[in-house]
Design a protein around this ligand. Structure first.
Ligand code: NOJ
Length: 437
């Protein structure tokens, strides 16, 4: 119990998945607003124009989080609500909306945390090439400075970019997320620019004293299918891509060229001074992990030479996302991050599992209980893990998967959008009450 005294539970949401109101009060179009207009890209043919309507229901949602006993409310800011054209004129109604959210959190006694970027680039910037165009560095820097000037007096904890590898991998390599770009050049340029932009964003925020600024990285446990050389090398490559590319340049270790030959492609976009500029002393790392993947060598797959062995074939528990349910990943990655130098406080800045509508939530409760077991172990080892942010509060728009996977601990009625606590929320409320004793 003692270990948990300073351990904090919160919740996290993202603008494009929850806000809706996609054109309200002067907001510009984002790449997700555009992407979902071609509905065949989204599995259930849905879009995020209304989503969970957080824009109009934020008070109710914040109240629910407080009622459950959560202490942190992490939300992302929609760039195109603040700057409808991505740069230029500020939309004061957008600023007012986030001020309302922040003020309501503070009044309700839950700490607001800001994510500056959770995948919804203004369409106007995409029209100029988006993350592929190096000019994005200045646009992002300018945007972050605006957020700092308007919100940093009231908000102390900031996460810059959410899951760069997934954002760029799915959006600029595989083309399954907005903006639907594919290919190695798109990927290599975009990932480098995004990482560099984040380093610049860090400096911009740190101009203000006493801010606690980190990043949130996607982590996927990777294992080789067999112990043969080819599978082990393939696993090293995928691990380097998924779990190192977006971390090690900040630590001054560069891109993982030895394990990941694709790094050479990224390096084509590195200009003089970039590797130095990437070095960043984040105040904390946000770890976000959901699944384990098993890979085998496949020489015929371009750039990666690897293939995933589907979890269904491996006969392991699989969630509705098609991912192996792997709560032990949290402990694994927390311990792995604890070995990086310099040592930094760690957060599980997202944590959750998707079920289908019909399920009665026992699997989700079991998932969180397993995560807690891992958390206890790392705390006993003296690792500086500060807390967990639940992914997510209300069932929401799960990107290309639409509304089918249900990650929320609160259910949303399809037609009325009314909220109702699921068994996990009720269990969590009870749990949080008791650990305070
Ligand atoms: C990662 C992302 O940050 C979030 O947007 C997504 O919904 C969840 N994980 C689940 O896939």
């Amino acid at each position: 119990m003692d270990d948990f005294e300073n351990f904090t539970w919160g919740v996290t949401i993202a603008a494009a998945q929850t806000e809706g109101a996609y054109l309200a009060d002067g907001k510009g179009m984002s790449i997700w607003d555009t992407f979902t207009q071609k509905s065949r890209r989204i599995k259930d043919r849905s879009n995020n124009q209304i989503a969970t309507d957080f824009y109009h229901r934020y008070k109710e949602d914040i109240d629910l989080a407080v009622d459950i006993g959560l202490k942190i409310f992490r939300f992302s800011i929609s760039w195109s609500r603040i700057l409808p054209d991505g740069s230029g004129k500020i939309n004061q109604r957008g600023i007012a909306f986030y001020n309302n959210v922040i003020d309501y959190c503070l009044k309700a006694g839950i700490e607001p945390w800001i994510t500056t970027y959770h995948w919804d680039l203004p369409q106007r910037l995409q029209d100029k090439g988006g993350w592929k165009n190096r000019e994005i560095l200045l646009d992002y820097e300018n945007y972050v400075a605006i957020l700092r000037d308007h919100f940093a007096d009231k908000v102390k904890n900031w996460i810059l970019i959410n899951e760069a590898i997934v954002c760029i991998g799915a959006g600029y390599f595989l083309g399954i997320h907005a903006p639907g770009k594919r290919g190695i050049r798109n990927f290599s340029a975009s990932i480098h620019h995004m990482l560099l932009a984040q380093a610049m964003g860090f400096k911009v925020l740190k101009e203000k004293e006493n801010l606690n600024v980190g990043t949130a990285v996607s982590c996927t446990k990777i294992e080789p299918f067999t112990n043969n050389f080819s599978d082990k090398k393939a696993a090293d490559r995928i691990d380097a891509l998924m779990n190192r590319v977006c971390i090690e340049p900040y630590l001054g270790l560069g891109y993982p060229e030895k394990e990941l030959p694709l790094s050479k492609r990224i390096k084509k976009f590195v200009q003089e001074g970039d590797m130095e500029a990437l070095k960043t002393d984040f105040d904390f790392w946000g770890i976000q992990t959901y699944a384990r993947e098993v890979v085998k060598g496949a020489w015929y797959i371009p750039y990666l030479g690897a293939m995933l062995v589907s979890p269904k074939k491996r006969e392991v528990p699989v969630s509705i996302m098609g991912w192996e349910t792997y709560p032990h990943g949290t402990q694994y990655f927390v311990e792995r991050f604890a070995r990086y130098d310099p040592k930094k406080p760690l957060w599980l800045s997202e944590c959750g599992i998707a079920l289908s509508q019909e399920e009665d939530d026992q699997e989700r409760i079991a998932y969180y209980k397993d995560v807690i077991k891992g958390v206890k172990k790392v705390l006993h080892k003296g690792i500086h893990l500060k807390g967990i942010l639940i992914w997510t509060l209300v069932d929401n728009f799960e990107w290309a998967e639409g509304y089918v996977p249900k990650f929320g601990i609160i259910k949303m009625e399809e037609n009325t959008l009314n909220r109702k606590m699921k068994k996990t929320a009720i269990w969590l409320k009870e749990y949080l009450l008791n650990i305070k004793l």
